[in-house]
Write a protein that binds this ligand. Structure first.
Ligand SMILES: Cc1cc2nc3c(=O)[nH]c(=O)nc-3n(C[C@H](O)[C@H](O)[C@H](O)COP(=O)(O)O)c2cc1C
Length: 217
C-alpha cells in the first residue's frame, strides 16, 4: 500500500489555469476587490464560495477555527451569524479579534481578512434569523451549540418540539442568534500561479482610508 506521504506528494495543487489578476489596477478599498473576486468565484462554479474559516482565540490565547457561511459584505465589512452561546460566541465575548479565510481552489485564490468582530443591533440579528430556512431556525432554537450531548435522541426530541414552534409561531426568534460584523484592519488577496510566482496584495487600513502593498510570495 502507498505511504500517505507519497500519496500526498503526488496530489496536484495550483495547476491552473487561473484568471488574470491585474494587480496594478485595483480598487482603493478591499471590499470592492473582494466582491469582484467573489462574483468571479460564483461565475466559475466554485462550490460554496461563501464558506469561510473563522478563526478566534480562547481565554488563554490558543487559536480555534471552524467553517461558517458569509452572510453579507458591505463597505469594508464582512458578516457572519452564529449562536452567541456557542464556543466561538463565548470566545468572541472575551476577545473579538478574528480572522476570516476564503479559499477558492478552482480560481487559485485565497483571501485573508483580519479584524474585530462585533454584534449587530437586535433588529439585524432577528432579521437574519427570520431569513433562514425553517429547519435552520428550528435547530438554532434548540440551542446548546457546542455543548456536550448525552444522547443523540435528545436532538431528535428537541428538534421535533422546535419545528412545531416554528410552524405555529413562525416569527419566533432565538435570543442567542447573533449577526456579527467584522471590521478589518488588514485584507490580503492571494492569486496562485502554477509557476509559483504567486501574487500577494495586502490592504492595510490607515484611519478612514486604505493603502495597499505587494508582499513576497
Ligand atoms: C460549510 C459549513 C457552513 C457552516 N456555516 C455555519 C454558520 O453559518 N453558522 C454556524 O454557527 N455554524 C456553521 N457551521 C458549523 C461550524 O463549522 C461549527 O461546527 C459550529 O458553528 C460550532 O462551532 P464552535 O463550537 O467553534 O462554536 C458550518 C459548517 C460548515 C462545514
Amino acid at each position: 500500500m502507498k505511504q500517505t506521504k507519497d500519496l500526498l506528494r503526488n496530489l496536484k495543487a495550483l495547476t491552473g489555469p487561473f484568471p488574470d489578476f491585474q494587480f496594478n489596477n485595483i480598487p482603493n478599498n478591499p471590499s470592492e476587490l473582494f466582491l469582484e473576486w467573489l462574483y468571479i468565484a460564483i461565475e466559475k462554479g466554485v462550490p460554496e464560495p461563501h464558506a469561510m474559516t473563522l478563526s478566534t482565540v480562547d481565554e488563554i490565547g490558543a487559536p480555534d477555527a471552524r467553517v461558517l457561511i458569509l452572510k453579507n459584505v458591505t463597505c469594508n465589512r464582512w458578516y457572519f451569524a452564529t449562536s452567541a452561546t456557542s464556543r466561538k460566541g463565548e470566545q468572541l465575548k472575551l476577545n473579538p479579534k478574528v480572522a476570516l479565510t476564503f479559499y477558492w481552489s478552482e480560481i487559485g485564490r485565497q483571501v485573508r481578512v483580519r479584524g474585530v468582530a462585533s454584534v449587530m443591533p437586535p433588529e439585524a440579528c432577528s432579521k437574519d434569523f427570520l431569513e433562514r430556512s425553517s429547519g435552520a431556525r428550528a435547530l438554532a432554537l434548540v440551542g446548546y451549540q457546542s455543548k456536550e450531548m448525552m444522547q443523540r435522541q435528545m436532538l431528535e426530541d428537541a428538534l421535533l418540539k422546535a419545528k412545531e414552534l416554528v410552524k405555529e409561531v413562525p416569527d419566533t426568534v432565538s435570543p442567542t442568534w447573533k449577526l456579527y460584523t467584522v471590521d478589518p484592519d488588514e485584507v490580503e488577496f492571494w492569486q496562485g500561479d502554477p509557476d509559483r510566482k504567486h501574487i500577494r496584495v495586502q490592504y492595510q487600513r490607515n484611519g478612514e482610508s486604505w493603502g495597499h502593498r505587494l508582499l513576497w510570495p
